[in-house]
Structures are given as structure tokens and as C-alpha cells.
Unconditional design. Structure first.
Length: 59
């Protein structure tokens, strides 16, 4: 079975990420889940202005 989740390496300043992790924990989320929430929010904002984004199932 194919895994739906994409693994992605993110390079970011350590001090900046520590602050981000603090924010995530204050929201009761892991840093990964907080990033996921930001991505969902941004896609939703973009689509509300520009229309639904159609993507293929290709990798």
C-alpha cells in the first residue's frame, strides 16, 4: 500500500525553529502538526481567491 504522507526535509535557522516549536507546543501540537496546519490554512486562503487547485496523483 502506498503511503499518502510525503516526507520532506526542511532547513531552517535553529533559533527560529525553537521559537516555532514553542508556539506549536503552546497550541498543543507537535512542530510537524503545526506546519501541517499552516500549509492547510495557506492552501485554503489561496484557493478562496484563485479557485480550487487541481493536482494529479503523480509523484
Amino acid at each position: 500500500m502506498e503511503d499518502k504522507l510525503l516526507r520532506y526535509t526542511l532547513r531552517v535557522d535553529r533559533a527560529f525553529f525553537r521559537k516555532f516549536r514553542y508556539i506549536a507546543e503552546s497550541e498543543g501540537r507537535s512542530a510537524n502538526k503545526e506546519i501541517e496546519q499552516y500549509i492547510k490554512k495557506r492552501v485554503s486562503e489561496f484557493e478562496s481567491i484563485h479557485g480550487k487547485i487541481e493536482v494529479s496523483d503523480e509523484k
